[in-house]
Design a protein around this ligand. Structure first.
Ligand SMILES: [Zn+2]
Length: 73
C-alpha cells in the first residue's frame, strides 16, 4: 500500500464521542505546517507540544466542549 502523505486520518466524528465533554486527542495537527503529530499519550489541558516536523512549540488547551486548541509559544 502506498503511503500518501495527505492520506492522514481525517477528523472522523464518531457520534459516541459527541456527548462526552472530553475527547481524547492522541495526535494533533500542527497549525504552522499542518503536519500530523501522533503522540504516545492523550493531550491534556495545558500540556506543551512540539511539532516534530517544523519544531514549533505549542501550548494545548482543551475547551469546555472538549475541543483542542493550540497556542504558539
Ligand atoms: Zn509543524
Amino acid at each position: 500500500m502506498a503511503i500518501d502523505p495527505h492520506g492522514m486520518d481525517e477528523d472522523e466524528i464518531d457520534p459516541r464521542d459527541m456527548d462526552g465533554p472530553q475527547r481524547k486527542y492522541t495526535d494533533f495537527d500542527c497549525p504552522e505546517c499542518n503536519a500530523n503529530n501522533p503522540l504516545d499519550e492523550a493531550i491534556t489541558d495545558g500540556v506543551e507540544l512540539r511539532c516534530c516536523y517544523c519544531g514549533e512549540e505549542f501550548k494545548a488547551r482543551l475547551t469546555e466542549e472538549g475541543r483542542l486548541k493550540l497556542r504558539s509559544l
